[in-house]
Design a protein around this ligand. Structure first.
Ligand code: DX5
Ligand code: ZN
Length: 220
């Protein structure tokens, strides 16, 4: 069953609470919290994303899907632990191929009771993460270059979704495949066909007149 995770990156502060209520009424499954440290990616959203995550956790029971686009992963896992996120995802590119460190972060995230995701950028090969798939709950395949909302999906990344889907099916690995970036009513069904079962959508959902309708179109 396809799940929808609404990215709050393009949410403007004055409409935040109203929009969060509308997103929940529109039957999204998670609030997607895009944490950017200004080092792993240019933008720094640490303050506003913490504010949105706190607000969402106060006004809704929907899970937080925390996407860490940061270098110091351990620091932000710590910081977000008190909100008991449903999912915490870190980027493999932030870990300098340090297997020990990657395994420790996976353990830390499980230790706070969250599901573990590893994200890979459009130009990162899936070979980089294959060995960790049996130990995590989700792989986040970036369908845009991380750093901002409202971008256009990079078509080649859907080939990667297909390859990951084939690999996890062949190897009986029970893991979610999340896609993130440029997901809208035109791109969502191709992403689902390729094997994604969690769709992150930001601009398309937040700018839609009828969020419920928009969510339904994503799931079609
Ligand atoms: C980009 C973020 C995405 C983005 C998705 O770095 O990780 O979550 O906000 O937003 P849209 O759907 O507008 O591309
Ligand atoms: Zn994201």
């Amino acid at each position: 069953m396809t799940e929808i995770s609404a990215s709050l990156l393009t949410l403007d502060k004055e409409n935040a609470i109203k929009t969060m209520y509308n997103l929940e009424a529109g039957k999204i499954n998670y609030f997607h919290i895009d944490v950017m440290d200004g080092k792993f990616v240019e933008k720094n959203t640490t303050e506003i994303m913490k504010d949105y995550a706190l607000t969402a956790s106060h006004i809704s029971n929907l899970g937080l899907d925390v996407h860490l686009m940061v270098e110091n992963v351990e620091e932000f896992v710590d910081e977000y632990s008190m909100l008991e996120p449903k999912i915490i995802t870190f980027h493999i590119e932030a870990m300098n191929n340090n297997e020990e460190r990657i395994k420790n972060v996976i353990y830390e995230i499980k230790n706070i009771g969250s599901r573990v995701g590893i994200a890979i950028n459009p130009d990162t090969d899936i070979e980089k993460v294959k060995k960790y798939l049996p130990y995590i709950h989700m792989i986040l395949i970036m369908t845009v270059v991380p750093g901002k909302g409202g971008q256009t999906l990079i078509a080649e990344t859907l080939e990667k979704v297909k390859k990951v889907k084939e690999y996890i099916d062949e190897n009986n690995i029970d893991i979610d495949i999340e896609v993130d970036g440029g997901i809208n009513d035109e791109t969502s069904n191709k992403a689902i066909e390729c094997g994604a079962n969690i769709l992150v959508s930001g601009k398309y959902l937040i700018s839609s007149e009828n969020i419920g309708e928009a969510v339904r179109k994503l799931k079609e």
